[in-house]
Design a protein. Sequence first.
Length: 196
Amino acid sequence: MSTEISGARRRFAGSLALGLAAGLAGVRPAAAEGATGFRFTPYPAPRPLPGLSFLDAQGHATGLAAFRGKVVLLNIWATWCAPCVHEMPTLNKLQQRLGGPEFQVVPLSVDRGGVFTVRSFYQDHFIDHLPIYVDPTTRVLDALGILGTPTTMLIDRQGREIARTLGPQDWDQPSVIAQLRRYMAQPARAGALRRA
């Protein structure tokens, strides 16, 4: 048991270091910079995701399957991650702009303090449009192959990953919103997204 906890802590510490380095260096392995700014670059084909289980604001178990039928922006973050803190207000504005039956920002915190820690953070930073989701076990890091926080994944209506980016972004920028609207406009039956 102690070996398992020790291993999880090492992976978590590594994730923190990589996340901070990515934020400072602006690393975006699955994205390309262009004349219009940040762009998701979709994979050649959507990738299936493992069944994930995490908790909602009431402490009830939920998962990505609850969002089937929507385009989802899954953001893996933590309150102790400086780049995450930087981008949370922009995710809040993005959810305010686009959130609804077609689109959802799912901010999944890996804080060990769980719901209480995230709720306090939201209150302190005036985050009022984002729901609370937590994985205090940090199992999501291994399940999704997360190399650092923040990591953000774009998920199609069938629950498949179509792109990811590492490091903080300004999610409320007009060029990013326009790009996400293009993904939302794709037919639900499409097997793969065309490059935006």
